[in-house]
Design a protein around this ligand. Structure first.
Ligand SMILES: Nc1ncnc2c1ncn2[C@@H]1O[C@H](COP(=O)(O)OP(=O)(O)OP(=O)(O)O)[C@@H](O)[C@H]1O
Ligand SMILES: [Mg+2]
Length: 370
């Protein structure tokens, strides 16, 4: 379910990025993929949530249909989807061949997190010699990003890949875990054979509990032991190897994974505060004509409890509504209206409760790394 949600959001974001560049065939492609994931999500959900997913899929298909055949204004590179490994790709395809178009400057808010990533990953990558001279080239242990859904963990990893001109392996656990005995360790070994070919590399394991979770089915595959073998070996050889992991379920990670030397930093990625929500609204609406009735600061205040993805989703829906109107009215620059925003707001409910957030904070204080 989480993986479907992740893929759905990823295609939504890629459709939006392509729309900003007026690369309409890419928009159609990603809208159609997002709609397909949405239908799968509807099948797995119940009641009003299921109907909301279906309605969303319909709206996306409707928009895709309207945009189909529109002439590209941008130069539509066929690279967009290369950053997202396809379901059946080989291990080597975890290596991102194209830099994502986002950079750390596109990560809105989260200033202290950005400083920590700067210290933990960007600076050691940019100045390896300086770190070596001071004896600080031991990168033992990975950096874990944890927090509620939609807070930007995957987005931050993509921004990091976009920022650094560094081989970046974006590992999707569902492609590594194999139910046949012995296959998973083999796949992991093949992945790290590929990683070792590069003097410097970042390995990002998204949804890491699907690979290293405390779960009988995963434990049986031998994934955990093999991962420890590979990552401990690489860390000790003081190569420019960095391990970045993300999860919604940090409490499902086995204790040996969390000890010093394996996880050197666990960073909470939480729900955005009011200034961050306003900055996100401004960021996602940049370059968009707005109805004069819209007050973004007031809207930001009302979004308390919403994640970064939900804020982005509200804006995306409002923009889609104004775009549909633009197509229907055959006008050129239809503003996003207050009514578009209100309708979108009523369609998106926050996924995380106060109790969920408390659970993360409690786990964080019990596993403080610094
Ligand atoms: N700091 C941010 N600044 C701007 N946009 C953001 C930020 N964080 C998240 N977003 C938006 O939210 C979307 C979803 O975020 P993302 O998929 O990274 O969340 P996540 O934490 O990985 O969620 P999950 O735990 O469900 O995998 C991004 O594609 C982006 O549009
Ligand atoms: Mg994610």
């Amino acid at each position: 379910m989480n993986m479907l949600l992740h893929k759905y959001r990823e295609h939504e974001a890629l459709a939006e990025a392509a729309a900003a560049k007026k690369e309409f065939d890419q928009v159609v492609f990603h809208l159609t993929r997002a709609a397909a994931f949405c239908i799968e999500l509807a099948k797995l959900s119940h009641g009003s949530l299921s109907s909301r997913y279906l309605q969303d899929a319909n709206e996306k298909m409707e928009l895709a249909e309207k945009l189909r055949g529109r002439k590209n204004i941008g130069h539509a590179p066929s690279t967009m989807d290369k950053s997202v490994p396809s379901e059946d790709s080989a291990v080597s395809s975890f290596l991102l061949k194209e830099k994502p178009s986002i950079r750390m400057k596109d990560v809105v808010g989260m200033e202290s997190l950005k400083r920590r990533l700067d210290e933990a990953i960007i600076m050691p990558y940019l100045h390896p010699e300086k770190y070596r001279k001071k004896g600080l080239d031991d990168n033992s242990g990975g950096v874990l990003l944890y927090g509620p859904p939609g807070t930007g963990k995957t987005y931050i990893a993509r921004a990091l890949a976009g920022e650094l001109d560094c081989p970046f392996f974006n590992v999707d656990p569902s492609q590594l875990v194999d139910k046949y005995i012995g296959e998973t360790p083999k796949k992991i070994a093949a992945l790290f054979d590929e990683v070792r070919k590069h003097p410097q590399a970042i390995v990002f394991i998204d949804e890491v509990t699907q690979l290293l979770g405390q779960n009988e089915a995963i434990e049986k595959t031998g994934a955990i032991e093999q991962m420890f073998r590979e990552t401990d070996g690489l860390s000790k050889s003081s190569r420019g190897f960095m391990l970045l992991m993300a999860t919604n379920y940090p409490w499902n990670l086995p204790a040996p994974m969390l000890r010093q030397g394996r996880t050197r930093d666990a960073i909470y990625i939480g729900l955005p505060d009011a200034p961050a929500r306003l900055a996100m609204l401004e960021h996602h609406l940049k370059g968009c004509k707005l109805g004069t009735e819209i007050n973004l600061a007031a809207l930001g205040d009302r979004l308390d409890g919403y994640s970064a993805a939900e804020v982005a989703g509200i804006v995306r829906r409002a923009k889609e509504k104004s775009l549909l109107r633009e197509i229907q009215l055959e006008t050129d620059d239809e503003p996003v209206s207050g009514a578009d925003m209100e309708t979108s707001l009523s369609e998106v409910r926050p996924a995380s409760s106060k109790a969920d957030v408390e659970k993360y904070l409690a786990w964080g204080s019990a596993h403080q790394k610094r």
